[in-house]
Design a protein around this ligand. Sequence first.
Ligand code: ATP
Ligand code: ZN
Length: 300
Amino acid sequence: MDPSEQRIKIAVQKTGRLTDHSIDLLERCGLKMTKSKDQLICYGENMPIDLLLVRDDDIPGLVSEDVCDLGIVGLNMVEEKRLNREADGQPAQCKRVFQLDFGHCRLSLAGPEDTPYDGPKSLENTRIATSYVGLLNQYLKSNNITAEAVYFSGAVEIAPKLGRAEYICDLVSTGSTLKANGLVEKEVLLESEAVVIQTQKPLGEEKQALVDKILQRLDGVLQVRESKYIMLHAPKSALAQIRDLLPGSEAPTVLALDGSDDKVAVHAVCRENVFWETLENLKAAGASSLLVLPVEKMLA
Ligand code: ATP
Ligand code: ZN
């Protein structure tokens, strides 16, 4: 077998909103790779994993066509390409295997702020500019609305001003682009974030074991981002109350304190951020010597 066939290929966005997060995440999973800005492929130096740097639009296709084993891409793109393939009579050949914690946005319908809007029926017989024709048509169909999807590859938000459409359907995160163009969000069609997708094709034992290892490490990386290790001293009488105040922690470790009969040391991993208010509440409950440490790695 060609040795390159044994390596895992992961499709990642070359330049854009997902790029830095995707590469940072893989590096946190322990992957070291050769990097150069204009490269199409980054070769993993310490694991048999290579990254293909491509446009995000191409990622679902590359994974569906088995050119890549995994891909990191927005759910919006995965769903749109699935619907496009379906419309062409091709089955979707990739599956979603992991949800990430970045790339949050929503696919929304928006219209001019001075246009009265009375629910989806206001869209009847209008033109809607979008790059997401598949998802828009699916929405229109499920709401029994006849409207025309006008394809725009970018700068969708200027379509109403150009007189090309009455509404737009585009990705929104803060809403500032819509506002700057005098548009108001009317409906949310899809909540999206970055996900890991995998080819449907069986990978073979070795490759699948490596994919499972990466997914497990990803899980660990995502968990430690918010996690903190907290240590404190507590009077035995306040233990139950202090335990309740520890945010998102499972059973804490309770240790005897040398030379003290009424106080114990409590150590816990909190899977949520620990805010000043929490520490103040713990102190008010009787805790002392409070220490909060970041967590470097975690393996469930
Ligand atoms: P490419 O050149 O790779 O095609 P692009 O311009 O299509 O780049 P980006 O704007 O970098 O793509 O967006 C990539 C992904 O980031 C989107 O598909 C979406 O999943 C996510 N995203 C998060 N917030 C936003 C936002 N406010 N606008 C657009 N995309 C967003
Ligand atoms: Zn794109």
